[in-house]
Write a protein that binds this ligand. Structure first.
Ligand SMILES: Cc1cc2nc3c(=O)[nH]c(=O)nc-3n(C[C@H](O)[C@H](O)[C@H](O)COP(=O)(O)OP(=O)(O)OC[C@H]3O[C@@H](n4cnc5c(N)ncnc54)[C@H](O)[C@@H]3O)c2cc1C
Length: 388
């Protein structure tokens, strides 16, 4: 039987990050991916400045489709836009981006086996037996980075509840680069109000626009019509190929480790409820899981006594923030006229939000800043409406 120190399942941003950091620390690492790379990944492909800073290397220019400097936000007839002093995100195409990250894991010394599906793992006294569609392996720790439908997560947590998942439709609309610049001005476009607990978006890429809409499962029935309406209102063709996909927006009522297993990225539910951003937390959690695996080797203890340090790191660095974002999101979407409209109507609020994308401030700091000023912003809005 082939033996590894660590087997990482899934070569998305979480898995490639975990495998890279494990291999860099001289752990014998296998990265398993069920698809042949490059594989399709349904995603808007916005990589925030904070996510880029999680990488320990620069992203090659050929992977950057476009730099985004700001946002344009709408709610009903209300529209506002803001631009940052520096780019807040880069736009990528996920199949290329993810392949590159997997290559970085390989470069660091991880063995990457794509087209090989993980089937199961059994924890034994001295390690874990991992079965794939092709082989049986032995390892000391398994890291689950196998996305929202994670099989590894079965070793760790109960399945997500339906209310912890958002359903999205996405489409790619081919267009000339210059025309995209004219239409979107290197900004992401977000429309609230089309659906109750979500939004519709347009992200500018090199030669196509990545469009999408996402909300709760209850709204999935009408989503196709709503998406078509959104595209038409933006003078875009509505007869596009729409594809469905899911984002986990967890409430974190569970652990993200168990005996000899850790789960990362979407498998752990690490996505921001307000924006849907997940790449940043996937890369960060992959790195943190690797740090705990290295700690295990150092202490020669691969049990959950050490693996719990992974969850402690994640809670300290971003889970608190994700929970805060989920609370703010519920509040904002429950009172769109009060909270969303006040935020959208005020450039300072939009500009402050850029700090969460660049990593200058945490979401909790942003939310505290906003809540403190909400009464003032609200009064300002009411009086300016009266004047007009
Ligand atoms: C519509 C949409 C738009 C989004 N837009 C953005 C955005 O603009 N910016 C952003 O930051 N985030 C965005 N996200 C979220 C982001 O896509 C995810 O949070 C991120 O991809 C999570 O990375 P991951 O590595 O955990 O999982 P994934 O990227 O899903 O990777 C999981 C990998 O595991 C593999 N796998 C699954 N099962 C097995 C198995 N049994 N054996 C082996 N391999 C397996 C899969 O093939 C896949 O390659 C979006 C999500 C959606 C749905």
């Amino acid at each position: 039987m082939i033996k590894f120190d660590v087997i990482v399942v899934g070569a998305g941003p979480a898995g490639s990050s975990a495998a890279r950091f494990c291999a860099k620390g001289n752990l014998k690492t296998l990265l398993l991916e069920k698809e042949k790379m490059p594989r399709e990944k349904r995603c808007a492909g916005g990589v925030s400045k904070a996510a880029l800073d999680e990488l320990d290397f620069a992203l090659p220019e050929e992977l950057v489709e476009r730099r985004c400097w700001g946002m344009s936000l709408s709610l009903g007839k209300l529209r506002n836009e803001a631009t940052n002093d520096s780019p807040v995100a880069v736009m990528v195409t996920r199949n290329k981006f993810d392949s590159f990250l997997a290559e970085k894991a390989r470069e660091a010394g991880a063995e990457v086996r794509d087209g090989e599906e993980y089937l199961s793992a059994t924890a034994e006294k001295d390690g874990v037996i991992v079965k794939t569609a092709r082989e049986t392996y032995a390892c000391r720790i398994v890291i689950g980075a196998d996305g929202i439908h994670s099989r590894v997560a079965k070793l760790v947590r109960a399945p997500f509840k339906q209310k912890e998942i958002r359903f999205c439709l996405i489409a790619e609309i081919p267009m000339q680069k210059e025309r995209i610049s004219e239409l979107l001005h290197d900004r992401v476009v977000i429309w609230y109000g089309f659906i109750d607990m979500g939004y519709a978006w347009l992200f500018p890429k090199g030669d196509y626009i990545s469009a999408g809409i996402g909300g709760t499962f209850e709204q999935a029935r009408n989503l196709k019509e709503k998406f078509g309406e959104f595209l038409t209102r933006n003078n875009l063709p509505a007869d596009v190929k729409m594809k469905g996909c899911l984002i986990p927006l967890s409430e974190f009522g569970y652990n993200v480790y168990s005996e000899r297993a850790m789960i990362t990225g979407d498998a752990a539910g690490f996505a921001d409820a307000f924006s849907g951003e997940g790449i940043r937390f996937a890369i960060a959690s992959g790195r943190m899981a690797a740090e705990s695996a290295l700690e295990c080797r150092k202490k020669n203890d691969f049990s959950k006594n050490i693996l719990k340090s992974y969850e402690e790191r994640a809670r300290k660095e971003f889970i608190g923030d994700l929970k805060c974002s989920a609370r703010m999101t519920n509040l904002s979407f429950s009172h769109p006229r009060l909270i969303l409209a006040t935020a959208i109507g005020n450039k300072d609020v939009l500009k402050k939000y850029f700090g969460t994308m660049t990593g200058e401030i945490s979401f909790r700091e942003y939310s505290d800043w906003f809540k403190l000023r909400l009464p003032y912003f609200l009064l300002k809005r009411i009086f300016s409406r009266r004047k007009n």
